[in-house]
Design a protein around this ligand. Structure first.
Ligand SMILES: [Zn+2]
Length: 178
């Protein structure tokens, strides 16, 4: 799929407007216009990857670190009691847009939402969306100064138990006997 044909690439490039709650150089998060609960956010990598299998791990690590912080923003910003993270991969799994996107869905006791059978609510007004956008955005914690690099640890040397001369000669004798 080409960038110009992908609605999420277009949102990532700012060519299609969205209610953005968070962005950095790799990641963009915005309100789902058909939320399962109000404050439902989609998180996408700005680069086009069709799904979780396609994204390289070095891009996934900062992506998931951002997801964690965005989820905290959703939780606090909507005053939710919990949240679901949903990642549909492929059409068969319910992925509607073939650009990797992760759903962060705020949850409330008794909200009667069945994850897996999607429902689509409507916002009352743009003002309501703006309020939620601002509230979530303001509650996304600042990132860590540097994403910690993997420690280059040398593998521990395997411990080889040396056999004593006595053991070796015993084994030799046993072999000869056989
Ligand atoms: Zn795309």
């Amino acid at each position: 799929m080409e960038v110009k044909d992908c609605v999420f690439c277009q949102i990532g490039l700012g060519k299609i407007p969205a209610k953005v709650v968070y962005q950095d150089s790799n990641v963009l998060a915005f309100l789902d216009i058909n939320p399962s609960n109000k404050g439902h956010v989609l998180v996408i990598p700005k680069n086009h990857f069709s799904d979780l299998v396609e994204i390289p791990e070095h891009e996934l690590k900062p992506f998931m670190a951002a997801v964690k912080r965005i989820a905290e923003g959703v939780l606090r910003g909507t005053k939710a009691e919990g949240f679901n993270i949903v990642l549909n991969n492929s059409k068969a799994a319910g992925q509607a847009i073939p650009h990797l996107h992760l759903h962060v869905i705020p949850r409330f006791t008794g909200d009667d939402l069945q994850i897996g059978s999607w429902r689509h609510l409507k916002y009352e007004s743009e003002e309501e969306m703006n309020k939620l956008r601002d509230s979530i955005s303001a509650n996304v914690p600042a990132g860590e100064p540097e994403f910690p690099r993997e420690e280059k640890s040398e593998l521990p040397k395997p411990k080889v138990k040396r056999r004593s001369k006595k053991e070796v000669s015993f084994i030799k004798r046993e072999i000869e006997k056989a």
